[in-house]
Design a protein around this ligand. Structure first.
Ligand code: S3P
Length: 444
C-alpha cells in the first residue's frame, strides 16, 4: 500500500462516448457485507462484491478477527461468521490502507469486544481524524491510544462488558453512525444514535436484513432517532451488491460533457441517500433517463441512459451534501463545462476525506484554465460553456476520486490532462481505465 513511485496517467480529447457498461459493486455495501458476514452466525454468500483495495483490506481484517473469508469466483465471496461477541484478538495490526470507511466501521465493531486491536493505514488515512469515532466508542467502555490529534496508528481495547450508548452526531457521517451501531451490537440494552442530517442508511438496512431489531423515528426537530437492540443473534442472508453510484458518476459525467456521447450505465444503486449527484445533474440540464427501475439486494436500482448535454450552472442545495458527499470533485468538473456559475456549499467535510477535496479540486480546475473560488466550506465554479482549455498537471494527494475526476476532464477539454498518481484508483474502481476505454475514452 505504501507506494515508492507515483504512477502518472493522462487522458486526451476523446470522440463521442458510446456503449453500455456496468460499474463495479458499491463500496459502502461491500465493506458492510464482509463486516456483517463476520458478525453473523454461519455462512454469508456475497455476489457482486467490489474487489478494490479498500474492500480487500476489510476482508483481510475480518480474517484477522477470526472469520473465514473466501473468494469463490469473480465478485463471489463467502464469509463464515463468528457471531456478535465472538471476534478473536488479532495477532497482527489491521491495515486499512487508504480506507476511512473500513477503518472506522471496524473500530466500532471491535470496540465493544474484550480484545485489543491495532489500526494502521497509508499516509492519507494516517492524517484523517479518528477523534470523531474515538469519542463515542469510548463511551461503550473502550480504551484508545492514538497518535496526537486522534490519528492512526491507534490501539483500542474493548471492555469486559460494554455499556450501551446514546449519541447525537455532531457531523453528518454515516461512518460514525455505523461505527456506533456496530459497537452497540455487543452491548446489552438499546444503543441510540440521533442523526440530525440523514446519511446513507446501508447499515440500518443490513442490520434489519440480518434479523436485528432497529427502530427509526423522527424527533420533534426532524432528526432521525435510530434505536438498536443489542446482543442479537445475526442470521446470514445472501447479499447481492448493487452497482456503485459513486463510481458510475465518472462515466455519466464524461458522457454529459463529451459532445455527441450516448451511453447506458446499468444496475446503479439509487438509494435516496446516495442519489444526490443525479438529481443535481438533471437540474443542470443533463439528459439522464432513468430506466428499468427495480430492487436488487434490498436497494433501489436502475439503468441510466445518458446523452451529452448543454449544462447550466446552478446553486446546489447545501442540505443535499450528505447524499452526494463523494461526488463533488466530478460535479465540479461537470460545472466547469456548464454555462454560468455553479455554487456548492455545506462541504466542510470534504476537507477531511482521502485528501482535502476542496483545495485539491480547486487546484485541479485552476491548472486546467477554469476559474474557481474556494470557500471555507464550498466551491464556486465559473462554467466555461464547454470551452475548457485543459492541458493541466493535477496533484491527486493519494485521492482516487481526484484522479478519476480530472482524467474525465481531460477527455472533454481542448488539451489532455495528466494526473500525478493513478495508483489510488484501484482502491475503489480497479476497472476504471478499461471501462472508460470500452466507451471510447482516450488514455495517452
Ligand atoms: C461512507 C460514508 C461517507 C463517504 C465514504 C463512505 C460509508 O463518509 O464519504 O466514502 O460507507 O459509510 P463519512 O461518513 O465520513 O461522511
Amino acid at each position: 500500500m505504501h507506494k515508492l513511485s507515483l504512477q502518472n496517467m493522462a487522458t486526451g480529447p476523446s470522440g463521442p462516448l458510446q456503449g453500455r457498461v456496468r460499474v463495479p459493486g458499491d463500496k459502502s455495501i461491500s465493506h458492510r457485507s464482509l463486516i456483517f458476514g463476520a458478525l453473523c452466525v454461519g455462512e454469508t454468500r456475497i455476489t457482486g462484491l467490489l474487489e478494490g483495495e479498500d474492500v480487500l483490506a476489510t476482508a483481510e481484517a475480518m480474517r484477522r478477527l477470526g472469520a473465514e473469508v473466501n473468494r469463490t469466483g469473480e465478485g463471489a465471496w463467502t464469509v463464515w461468521g463468528v457471531g456478535v461477541g465472538g471476534l478473536s484478538e488479532p495477532v497482527q495490526a489491521l491495515d486499512f490502507g487508504n480506507s476511512g470507511t473500513g477503518c472506522r466501521l471496524v473500530m466500532g465493531m471491535v470496540a465493544s469486544h474484550a480484545i485489543t486491536s491495532t489500526f494502521i493505514g497509508d499516509a492519507s488515512l494516517s492524517k484523517r481524524p479518528m477523534g470523531r469515532v474515538i469519542g463515542p466508542l469510548s463511551e461503550f467502555g473502550a480504551h484508545f491510544q492514538s497518535r496526537d490529534g486522534g490519528r492512526l496508528p491507534l490501539t483500542v481495547t474493548g471492555p469486559a462488558r460494554a455499556m450501551p450508548v446514546v449519541y447525537r452526531l455532531p457531523v453528518a457521517s454515516a461512518q460514525v453512525k455505523s461505527a456506533i451501531l456496530l459497537a452497540g451490537l455487543n452491548a446489552p440494552g438499546e444503543t441510540i444514535v440521533i442523526e440530525p442530517e440523514a446519511t446513507r442508511d446501508h447499515t440500518e438496512r443490513m442490520l434489519r436484513a440480518c434479523g436485528a431489531t432497529v427502530h427509526i423515528e423522527k424527533d420533534e426537530e426532524g432528526a432521525n432517532v435510530i434505536r438498536l437492540v443489542g446482543e442479537p443473534e445475526l442470521k446470514p442472508c445472501p447479499i447481492i451488491v448493487p452497482g456503485d453510484p459513486s463510481s458510475a458518476a465518472f462515466p455519466v459525467v464524461a458522457a454529459l460533457i463529451i459532445p455527441g456521447s450516448e451511453i447506458v450505465v446499468e444496475g446503479i444503486m439509487l438509494n435516496p441517500h446516495r442519489a444526490g449527484l443525479y438529481a443535481t445533474l438533471m437540474e443542470m440540464g443533463g439528459d439522464i433517463e432513468v430506466m428499468n427501475q427495480r430492487e436488487e439486494g434490498g436497494e433501489p436500482v436502475a439503468d441510466l441512459r445518458v446523452r451529452a448535454s448543454a449544462l447550466k450552472g446552478i446553486e446546489v442545495p447545501a442540505e443535499r451534501a450528505p447524499s452526494m458527499i463523494d461526488e463533488y470533485p466530478v460535479l465540479a468538473v461537470a460545472a466547469a463545462f456548464a454555462e454560468g456559475d455553479t455554487i456548492m456549499r455545506g462541504l466542510a467535510e470534504l476537507r477531511v476525506k482521502e485528501s482535502d477535496r476542496l483545495s485539491a479540486t480547486a487546484a485541479g480546475l485552476h491548472a486546467n484554465g477554469v476559474k474557481v473560488r474556494e470557500l471555507e466550506d464550498g466551491l464556486i465554479v465559473e462554467g466555461r460553456a464547454g470551452a475548457v482549455s485543459g492541458g493541466g498537471h493535477v496533484a491527486t494527494h493519494l485521492d482516487h476520486r481526484i484522479a478519476m475526476a480530472f482524467l474525465v476532464l481531460g477527455m472533454a477539454a481542448g488539451r489532455g490532462v495528466t494526473v500525478d498518481d493513478s495508483s489510488m484508483i484501484a482502491t475503489s474502481f480497479p476497472e476504471f481505465v478499461p471501462l472508460m476505454q470500452s466507451l471510447g475514452a482516450r488514455f495517452v
